[in-house]
Structure formats: structure tokens, C-alpha cells
Design a protein around this ligand. Structure first.
Ligand code: LMR
Length: 333
């Protein structure tokens, strides 16, 4: 048996964690031979709910669940962690725009970035789920100068999985047989779900679907799926978000399937002409705990325009929080 890994989860008593933690404890994320220590973090007023959740986890008697610790502050909760799943954020209610959340979440992610810098393991891998996820990842990363920005990621696997599920439903294919979908840009309504490289049973998807459906039905459906779920449930997606977190981390750590492409919000190195330094969703492959951008995909002018639109939104978000960001240091490159 391996040595246990330490995983911190913020917003640990929330709806996403309520699905997620049972998957992590049962080995779905890190593999069936990897024991886990869960360092669960919540706001002080939510500690009773968290205690209840910890009791339920204990009552499952998971062989891989080594220890659970509960914390009401990130400084303690991030101690020595190998992985951070940053789920807690001020949630969006019906009719609220993601940009409304920028400032209130900037404060939360500034503190979390500092705490990761000071208390986490030097190799910590961070996934930001709380919205606006891409810009929250930027804020956390900029506040952690001892860590590389490449250790921070933002969740766009939920959009990727949505695209796969909805395309499977439309074409009658099994999701398992659909590959090479790409989500470009922000986890927001400007994202560009790109099917130009996608395949169903190794055949190009674009030969099997109507362009009009792709442009006028599929793309807006993926872009607005989060809001549509909020309208229907009055709360954000939870179980599907938890599944996406598992998929993102599992692929990052254990590697993507041969030939497969997944989407991750990562710091831009300028690939595909995207401005360096923002957290933008790219097509990636993972191996041995590292991700690499898939280069050389052909992008039409039509696609470029969409990529630029979502880039522009991320630059606007960055500008809106810029006064809160510490100056860039050498170590943060
Ligand atoms: C989702 O995509 O379901 C969420 O990010 C929606 C939201 O803004 O909370």
C-alpha cells in the first residue's frame, strides 16, 4: 500500500463536496491503491454540518480513507497538502452575473493563495472550482510566489463533459466513443466549445452533424448549461461538478487515455496566440502528473474569433481585479 496523500477541500460541507468526498474516499480520483487523508475546510458557522458529513464518511468504512481532519481556516487546513480542491466561493444565485462575484471572491482566493504558498507541500496541485474559476485561479496563483503558476488549474472539465454528453445524446453514440472535444477559454457563457477536431468512433464529428445545429443550438446550450441548471434547481450543478472534479484530477495525476484530449483551465504560455498569464481552457494531454497543451490544431478564422472573444472576457476580469493582485515576481514564471 502507498503512503496516504493529503487532500484539502474548501467549501467541504457544500453540495459539490457532498457528492465529491465519497468518490474521493472510495478511490475514484486517485486510484484503488491510494489511501487519502481528507483535510476538510469550512466557514466557522458551517462546522456542525461538516462534522455530520465527516461522520457519514466514517460510517462508510472506506478502506482507503486514512484520516479526516476538520478546519475552520485555510492556514491550518492546507498544512502539508499534496492536492487542493478549492470549491468554496460565494455562490451565484438566479439572475446574478459571474462578474458580480469577482470582487467578493478575490478576497477569498487571495488568502487561499497565500496559505498555499506558506503551508502546502511544494509540489501541491491545485484545482479551482469556485466561480469565477479561471480568474480565481489567477488570483490564488499570483498570491503564491513560491509555487509555479502551472500548479494551479481551473475546472472546465464540466463544460467538456457536458459537450460530450449532449453530443452523445444528439448522435446516438456512446460517450465512451466520443473524443477530442475542446473547450477554449473561460468557464462562462463566452467559452468556445469546439467540435472541429472531435470524433465519434474515430470519424470526424463535423461530418455527422448539421453546422446550423452546432452553431445555433449546441454552442449556446453548453455556454448556458450552468445557468439553465440554476434556473431549474435554484442552486448550481453539484453532482456533475463533482464528477468533473474527479475526472480532471484523475487525468492530471494518472494520465489521459492514449490519443485522448481533455480540457483544463491553465496558465497561458502564449499558445494559439492567447495572451500569456491568464488562465484559459486549452486542449491538453496528461502524463506522470503533468499536462501539456496539444499544439498544432487547425483553427479556422470563425473559431479564432470565438477564442478571442472568451480571451477578451478573461482580460476584462483580470483588469477588474488587477488592483488586488500583487506585482508579478520572477519566481512566479
Ligand atoms: C456551472 O457551470 O454549473 C456553474 O459554474 C454555474 C455557476 O455559475 O455557478
Amino acid at each position: 500500500m502507498r503512503r496516504p496523500v493529503r487532500i484539502a477541500v474548501t467549501g467541504a460541507a457544500g453540495a459539490i463536496s457532498n457528492s465529491l468526498l465519497f468518490k474521493v474516499a472510495s478511490g475514484e480520483m486517485f486510484g484503488k491503491d491510494q489511501p487519502v487523508i481528507l483535510q476538510l475546510i469550512e466557514m466557522p458557522g458551517r462546522m456542525e454540518a461538516l462534522r455530520g458529513l465527516a461522520m457519514e464518511l466514517e460510517d462508510c468504512a472506506y478502506p482507503l480513507l486514512h484520516t479526516i481532519t476538520l478546519h475552520d481556516n485555510v492556514e491550518e487546513g492546507f498544512n502539508n497538502i499534496h492536492y487542493a480542491l478549492l470549491i468554496g466561493a460565494r455562490p451565484r444565485g438566479p439572475g446574478m452575473e459571474r462578474s458580480d462575484l469577482l470582487e467578493s471572491n478575490a478576497e477569498i482566493f487571495t488568502r487561499q493563495g497565500r496559505a498555499l504558498n506558506d503551508y502546502a507541500n511544494r509540489d501541491v496541485k491545485v484545482l479551482v472550482v469556485g466561480n469565477p474559476a479561471n480568474t480565481n485561479a489567477l488570483i490564488a496563483s499570483r498570491n503564491a510566489p513560491k509555487l509555479s503558476p502551472s500548479q494551479f488549474t481551473a475546472l472546465t472539465r464540466l463544460d467538456h463533459n457536458r459537450a460530450k454528453g449532449i453530443l452523445a445524446n444528439h448522435t446516438g453514440a456512446n460517450p465512451r466513443n466520443i473524443g477530442r472535444i475542446v473547450i477554449w477559454g473561460n468557464h462562462s457563457t463566452t467559452q468556445y466549445p469546439d467540435l472541429h477536431h472531435a470524433t465519434v468512433l474515430d470519424e470526424p464529428v463535423m461530418n455527422q452533424i448539421d453546422f446550423d445545429w452546432y452553431q445555433n443550438v449546441f454552442i449556446p446550450k453548453i455556454q448556458n448549461r450552468g445557468a439553465e441548471i440554476i434556473e431549474a434547481r435554484s442552486v448550481s450543478s453539484a453532482a456533475s461538478a463533482a464528477q468533473a472534479v474527479v475526472d480532471h484530477m484523475r487525468d492530471w495525476i494518472l494520465g489521459t487515455d492514449a490519443g485522448e484530449i481533455v480540457s483544463m483551465g491553465i496558465v497561458s504560455d502564449g499558445s494559439y496566440g492567447v495572451e500569456k498569464g491568464i488562465f484559459y481552457s486549452f486542449p491538453v494531454r496528461c502524463d506522470y502528473g503533468r499536462y501539456q497543451i496539444v499544439r498544432g490544431l487547425d483553427i479556422s478564422e470563425w473559431g479564432r474569433e470565438r477564442m478571442r472573444l472568451t480571451e477578451a472576457e478573461l482580460l476584462d476580469e483580470k483588469a477588474a481585479v488587477n488592483h488586488l493582485l500583487p506585482p508579478e515576481t520572477e519566481a512566479s514564471h
